[in-house]
Design a protein around this ligand. Sequence first.
Ligand SMILES: N[C@@H](CCC(=O)N[C@@H](CS)C(=O)NCC(=O)O)C(=O)O
Length: 215
Amino acid sequence: LKNEKDDPMSLVFYSSPMSTAEATEAVLVQLKVPFERVEMNIQKGDTRTPEFLKLNPNGCVPTIVHDGVVLWESAAIAIYLGEVFGVSAGLYPEPGPQRAEALKWLVWTNATLAEAAGRLSQALPPNSPGGVEIGASDWKSQIENRTALAEEAKVDLNQRLKILNEALQDKEYLLGKYSIVDAHMHAFVGWIAGMGMSLKPYPKVHEWLEKCASR
Ligand SMILES: N[C@@H](CCC(=O)N[C@@H](CS)C(=O)NCC(=O)O)C(=O)O
């Protein structure tokens, strides 16, 4: 495990590909904050070692260590990085009405949008993109339950994507101009699309996602 003792000013980023850490990575890259990556192999149990659990008792990426601060939860990390690096970079608003908008969308991403996405991921067939692997016998007993849960999650995701589409109706980015709120949220919307949710009914979301991804 790395920590700031190696270099007190460095930012250490515990990450893993195809995980929530992608949202944090997008924010760090947009802010051009140098970081030292510690690649965690979730399948091999890197997030469950006693050393790592001391940093993040949830055993999850993303986790960052910066300037004496150990931080987990991707929305909290985005808010922190926004405050520390984003305001001066013009990528996160000063305190005030725009800051309130930023907080609203960052928290909504994790608490509302990702909440339904997490349920869909849990309910998808183990071999489908985004599906969670379970034992074959469990699978047989759970198939009907999973189908119902997936349908419910899709209804909720559609309702939430509609909210996002409407929010983007009259603006290019969530706060008007591009910010790390877009960087953070786009990783989640990309994950949702990757699980097979069509963005066709949400043209503004589709357009926005392409623009964010090209950055
Ligand atoms: N709510 C957390 C979710 C973090 C999370 O679920 N991370 C997963 C990968 S997507 C993880 O690290 N899992 C490792 C494990 O369960 O051991 C956030 O937004 O940061």
